[in-house]
Design a protein around this ligand. Structure first.
Ligand code: 6PG
Length: 258
């Protein structure tokens, strides 16, 4: 990135056909995230009477969720919230993504309970939870023309190993070859990470809009790799919407090597 435009944020880049916005800080990124959320939502509600979104866990989207919780006039009654992924832990666990999103956002807005679709972790196995979630997706999107559910917006994070959703590097069962299942149960090779349930690439890549959020120095190297190589096998680099739009929102630390 040209050095001379570094103090004018947000900086707009097109890196290897990927649209990137770099923000001064997480707050500016979150403010912009609310704007995009509302633009996509109102368009979806105008066109189809509802806005269907899938949310990721992790730390980066927390500021955005905090701001969305203040949007009391937003049409939450026409908004349907799904999870991108979930750790196979009880709701009460601090590792549970749905618990975090409910605590920070959902319980503060007037969204009907029936509009919220968590990945339940009550089954005896993560594969059982993945199957239940797939059944929920099929039932909700039942009249979809397309073979796969189509979300209006999917918010994704980027792990410092290049994972996104709960698709980790080397997750063979989740290569782009996976075309049948909408969800999968994952046992990360990294022992410290919990068993997980995740949406698969066919669902991610069928979205109308994908927005990646990444912040912090620790993401700079992986973001550079994701942006720099068209053939990267990093999961976050393998997200390529078939017809939809994709945008990367980075803070200046995560975008510092672009
Ligand atoms: C999860 C997320 C995961 C996350 C990345 C980035 O369940 O942890 O869905 O994919 O988006 O790990 O996490 P941070 O935002 O905390 O860096």
């Amino acid at each position: 990135m040209k050095k001379n435009n570094r103090n004018k944020y947000p900086l707009q880049l097109n890196h290897g056909k990927k649209d990137v916005l770099i923000f001064k800080n997480l707050n500016q990124m979150a403010d912009y995230g609310v704007t995009i959320w509302k633009d996509i939502a109102w368009k979806a509600i105008e066109e189809q009477g509802r806005f269907v979104v899938a949310l990721s866990g992790g730390k980066t989207p927390v500021e955005l969720y905090n701001r969305l919780a203040l949007e009391k006039d937003f049409p939450w009654d026409k908004t349907y919230v799904f999870m991108v992924d979930e750790r196979f832990v009880p709701y009460e666990s601090d590792d549970n993504n749905y618990q975090m999103i409910n605590r920070i956002l959902l319980r503060h807005v007037q969204i009907p309970a029936k509009n919220i679709h968590p990945i339940l972790t009550l089954e005896s196995s993560s594969s059982g939870s993945a199957l239940r979630y797939e059944e929920d997706l099929v039932s909700f999107f039942k009249n979809i023309d397309d073979k796969y559910p189509q979300f209006d917006l999917i918010l994704l994070g980027i792990g410092d190993d290049g994972h996104t959703a709960s698709i980790f590097p080397g997750s063979d069962e989740l290569s782009l070859k996976e075309t049948r299942h909408l969800t999968a149960a994952i046992t990360p090779s990294d022992e410290s990470k919990k068993e997980r349930i995740t949406l698969t690439f066919p669902v991610l890549n069928n979205a109308k809009n994908i927005v990646f959020l990444a912040a912090g120095e620790n993401k700079a190297e992986i973001v550079k790799e994701i942006m720099g190589s068209k053939k990267s096998l990093l999961p976050a680099a393998m997200v390529k919407p078939k017809k939809g739009k994709m945008l990367f929102l980075l803070d200046k630390s995560a975008g510092s090597l672009l």
